[in-house]
Design a protein around this ligand. Structure first.
Ligand SMILES: CC(C)(COP(=O)(O)OP(=O)(O)OC[C@H]1O[C@@H](n2cnc3c(N)ncnc32)[C@H](O)[C@@H]1OP(=O)(O)O)[C@@H](O)C(=O)NCCC(=O)NCCS
Length: 380
């Protein structure tokens, strides 16, 4: 008989502090900082490459460091031929997140630093992964469309190159800047589910590719990264702002989960929403699709009134990606193309200060009972 007293526990680890990090702080009162720098300022002034460097290192890069970091990422973009062949072998209806997860896993043995978890080797792997995750998404998508992957453009930033590799056009400067801002918003979010999955895997001293494979699998779920694909299905269904309130009331009456709403940490609003909403408004004007933001705003007001729940960044990211002409199944992979920076930074930090992450569970099964099975030792 167990002598353990019933421990305190928090379903879903809500409110539990599971480790320390210097990388990112999510303030429940609608704030977000990367290593002490406010997301609002970063979104306005920084580049994604600069933010990725910041997450991986202690501080912002100098101009030379940023140039070198960007050059290193650009140089690491091409995929091994065998990985491209594998992408061609996948069934045509494979979800891009499944292609990405499989691709990351397959890249592992091609990395000469795979099993070296030292700080410097992890930084080298992080650069390769930040570069190659975007390539896996773009090349995988083109292969699925029956097209050949396009050659890399090392002169383009990560955001611009992703646009180019998907459809062969280098977009206007304002679009590239917008994409860069979106990447900055998604780059890290402390112990969110996928990052935590990466840290759990890394905490066994498994390599960075194993950790990022876990993270990709976790990001796919609709309660996490998959929400931005699901939100678009919802907005497509609603179609016009005058239908939004009725749609929401119906969904709430059915006790449905509404994608793009609610958050485990933010209870007074998601710090990224005002920035993404503004991007949506600006983009709507530029491309003549101004219907989406008012639908989201009506949904927000109704949800606030009925359940006091706030929108999260995925509600506005969904129409933003649609207006940027990405197909909805790429919404979550694009999130991954940015979050890879955060995942890698957390794996570096985990390996640098490792302790195995291994919580307990509260046993709720039957009490001890005598064995009544039909296979005594030796029975066939
Ligand atoms: C993100 C999410 C998983 C957080 O879950 P959580 O922390 O366990 O949620 P909470 O404990 O704060 O939920 C409180 C209440 O609000 C409800 N709720 C939370 N999010 C909701 C949503 N999106 N739609 C409808 N009801 C929701 C819960 O069911 C719960 O209701 P109850 O008290 O009647 O059971 C959840 O809000 C959700 O599923 N959102 C939709 C998916 C999404 O947008 N994910 C992206 C997150 S960035």
């Amino acid at each position: 008989m167990s002598t353990e007293t019933k421990p305190a526990y928090s379903p879903g680890l809500a409110g539990v502090i599971a480790g320390e990090t210097e990388i990112c702080w999510v303030d429940p009162n609608a704030g977000l900082m990367y290593r002490g720098y406010d997301i609002h300022e970063m979104a306005e002034k920084a580049s994604f490459e600069e933010v990725a460097y910041l997450l991986l290192h202690d501080d912002l890069p100098t101009i030379e460091q940023r140039q070198e970091f960007s050059r290193a990422i650009a140089a690491e973009r091409p995929l091994p031929r065998q990985v491209l062949e594998m992408l061609r072998l996948m069934p045509k209806n494979t979800h891009p997140m499944d292609m990405l997860r499989t691709g990351v896993s397959m890249l592992a043995p091609f990395d000469p630093d795979l099993n070296d978890n030292s700080h410097q080797a992890n930084i080298r792997k992080a650069i390769r992964l930040i570069a190659k995750v975007s390539t896996l998404i773009a090349d995988g998508y083109r292969i699925q469309q029956g097209e050949n992957p396009l050659p890399e453009r090392p002169d383009l930033t990560l955001a611009a190159n992703l646009f180019y590799k998907l459809n062969g056009d280098v977009p206007q400067a304002w679009k590239i800047r917008m994409m860069d801002t979106i990447f900055i918003l998604y780059a890290d979010h402390e112990f969110n589910a996928s990052t935590f999955a990466a840290r759990v895997t890394a905490s066994t001293l498994a390599d960075m590719y194993a950790a990022v494979t876990s993270a990709c699998g976790t990001l796919k779920g609709p309660l996490h990264g998959g929400a931005n694909e699901e939100s678009m299905k919802m907005l497509d269904d609603i179609k016009t702002a005058d239908r939004a309130e009725g749609w929401m009331m119906d969904a709430l009456a059915r006790k449905a989960k509404i994608m793009g709403f609610g958050h485990r940490v933010y209870k007074k609003g998601d710090s990224r929403v005002p920035i993404m909403r503004e991007i949506g408004r600006d983009l709507g004007k530029r491309v003549g699709k101004e219907q989406w933001v008012p639908i989201c705003e009506k949904l927000e007001a109704t949800m606030e009134r009925e359940k006091q729940l706030c929108a999260n960044v995925d509600l506005y990211a969904a129409p933003v990606f649609t207006m940027l002409e990405f197909p909805p199944e790429l919404n979550t992979p694009i999130f991954a193309a940015s979050r890879i920076a955060g995942w890698c930074a957390h794996v570096v930090e985990q390996h640098d200060h490792n302790r195995l992450i291994r919580p307990r569970s509260l046993y709720t099964g039957p009490a001890a009972r005598p064995y009544k099975g039909v296979s005594p030792n030796g029975a066939k």
